[in-house]
Ligand binder design. Sequence first.
Ligand code: T1G
Length: 708
Amino acid sequence: MGAEPVTRTQRGRIALLTIDNPPVNSLGAAVRRALDRAVAAALADPGTTAIVIAGKGRMLSGGADIREFGKPPAADAPVLPQVIDRIERADKPVVAAIHGTAAGGALELALGCHYRVAAAENTRVGLPEVTLGIVPGAGGTQRLPRTIGVKPALEMMTSGELIAAKRALALGIVDELVAGDVVEGAVTFAEALAAGGKGPRRTREREDKLAEARANPSLIAEFRQQIKRSARGQESPGAVVDCVEAALTKPFDEALAFERATFQRLVASDQSKALRHAFFAEREAAHVKDLPEDTPAAPINRAAVMGCGTMGAGIAITFANAGIAARVLESSPELLEKGIARIRQTYAGMVDRKRLSQDEMDKRLALVAGTTSMADLADADFVVEAIFEDMALKKDVFARLDAACKPAAILATNTSSLDVNEIAAATRRPDRVIGTHFFSPANVMRLVETVRGKATSRETIATSMALAKKLGKVAALVGVCDSFVGNRMYYAYGRQANFLLEEGALPQQVDKAIQDFGFPMGPFATGDLAGVDVGHRIRQQRAAQRAAQGLPPDTRRYSAIADRIAEKGRYGQKTGQGWYRYEKGGRAPIPDPEIEALIAGISKEKGIERRTVTDPEIIERCLYPLVNEGAKILEEGIAQRASDIDVVWIYGYGFPRWRGGPMFWADQIGVQKVYDAMCRLYERDRDWLEPAPLLARLAKEGGTFASV
Ligand code: T1G
C-alpha cells in the first residue's frame, strides 16, 4: 500500500481521487477511511465542481478486501455502504473512471457514483459475490437493477460473471467508453458535466428500470425456480433473488438494510468460508514452496502436441486459445486429418453457439499446424505428449523427442498415472521433463495436475506453472506416485462405490446421493462418460504389469461389476449402454434392469446378503476414504499443502466448490468425526480402509489439514 491508500490531485475544478492499494486496490478499512475523508474534503472545497474516482495500476479495484471477512470490523473505518452513501448523496457530480477490473464492491462504488466512464479495452465489470458464497453487500442488488433492469441484473449477479466494457455500455452500466487514458476521459467527462450544468444523477432515485418487473411478478418466481435447479445446493444465488425482490417490494433504504443483513448472514456461513477458501487455495497453489519467487520462467512462444486424439486436440486448442502456436504431430496423415478435423469441429461448435466469432476461430485455427514428422518439432519451446497410456510407448517417444527437439525445450507428458521419473530417464534431459496432466475435455477443464519428477529443475517447474496460468488453467504441483493426487483419491472413492453396489445399493442411488452432495455427476454416470472400457483396460494393464513384475495377484477385495459390464461391450455413452442405457444420441442416464440383475448376481456369487444402503452411508463410505487417501498423500509429501488437494478436486473432479474441497470439508465437519468413521469402516474392510497416520494424529491432537 502506498503512503496514502487514496491520493487527491486537483485537475482544475475537478478533484481526482486515486485508490492506490496493490495488488488489486481492494477496498480494505484503510482505503475506505481515506476515500471517505477525501470525498468529504472535495465536497467541502468550493474550488471543486466535480469529483473523479479512479484506481492506480492495472485496475479500478478487485472489490472489498476478502481477507477482512469474518474478522471484527475496523472501529475507525466506515463500511463500504456508508462511503457509497456519502458519494451518492453528494451535491456535486461524482464520476467513476473504470479500467481493468471493477468487481464486487468496486462496481458497487461505481454504481454509487453518478456517472461511469470506462476504458474501451481490457475492462471487465461485475458483481461476482456469489462465487464467494455471499451477496453484494454495498447496494449492488439495489442499484444494478435500477441501472440495467431486473432480469439482466439477476443474470449478472447469480452467475457472478464479469462482462466487458462494450456490453456494460450497451446495458447502461457505463455512460461512455474511452479509447485512451480513462482518467483523462473521466476528467473531461466531469468538466463537460460542470460546463453543461449537469448535476448528480442518483441511482437510488431511478425507478424506471424496475417498472417492467413490477408489472410482471412471475419474473422473480420463474428466476427463483431456475436458480434452484442450477445452484445445486449453493445458497447465495437464491439469496441474490431475495434481495432483488426486496428492491421491487420495499423502499430503497429498507431493501438496502435487507441486503446488508443477508450479506452479513452469508459471510458467516460455512458455504462462504468454503468458497473463500477455494478462492485463496487457487491462488496459493501457484506458489511452489521450495521455489524462490524469482525463479525464471522461460517464455513459451511455440508449443507442440504429440498425439491428436481427444486429449491432444483439446490441449492444442488450449494453446491456440492463449495465442500460442501449436504444432500437432500424428503418426499417420489419416490420424492427423482426423485430429485437425476434431479441432476444427470444436471451434465451429463454439461459433454456432455464438461463443466465438468466425474471425476469432480463423485466427486460432491459423495457430494450429499439423505434421507427421517429428523433425518439425525441433523449434518447439514446450512439447506435450498425449498418446496412448503405455509405458514402453511413452519411453520410446520421449527418447525420440529428446533427439528431435532443441536442448532448451521442455518435454511434458500428459500421463494420468505413469511414473514420470521412468519416462524422464528415457531422455538425456530429465531436468526438462515434467508431467502436465490435463483433464478431459482439455480445452474446458481448468485443472493441470503438474507432476515434478525427482530430476525436474526449478526453471522447468516455474515455466510450466507460469504457462498453465497463461493458458487460463489452475495448476497444482504434485510429486510422483501411482496416479498422482486426483486419480489416486478417485480410485479410493470409486472402489467403495462399487463395493456398495455389491452390498445392496444401485448405481442410480449412489449417483443421486453424490449429486445431492453437490457433485455434477456421480461415479457411475461419470464412468459412462469416460468410457467403461477405459477403466477396464487400465485394470487389465495393471494386472499384467504385476504378473510381468512377478508379483503375486492382488488378493484384496475387488469388485468385478465394472469388468463384467465392459466384457458385455457396454462402454457407456459411446455405445448407448454402460452402467445405464441411453436413448439414441441422448446423454440422460436411464437405469437398466439388466445391470441391476448383473449386480444382484455378483452379490449372490460372493455370498453377500444385499441390504438397505442409506444415502448418508453412501457419502461417508465414498468420501471419507477419499479424504483418508488425501491424508496419506499429504504425509507422503506428494502434495505441498491440503488446499492443493482441494484445488485438484474442485477443478478436476467437480467436488462442490461451496464445500471447499475434500480436505477443507473434512476440517469443517471435524477430522475426529472422519477418523472415527474410518476406524469403524476399517473394522469391516481391512483391505483398503486403514486410517492414515496423519488422520489419526490430527484427530488425537484436535488438528486440521489446513494446519499441516
Ligand atoms: N481481496 C483480497 N485479496 C484479493 C482480492 C480481494 N478482493 N482480489 C485479489 N486478491 C489477491 C489475491 O489473493 C492475490 O494474492 C492477488 O490479490 C492477485 O490476485 C461489499 C463483499 C481482481 C480479477 O470476487 O477475481 O466486494 O496470491 O492472482 O489474476 O459487495 O483477483 O498474490 O497473495 O487473482 O490479475 C468481490 C476477486 C469481493 C474479485 C484479479 N470481488 N478477485 O485477477 O490476480 S466481495 C471479487 C479476482 C465484495 C461487496 C463484496 C481477481 C481479479 P496473492 P489474482 P488476477
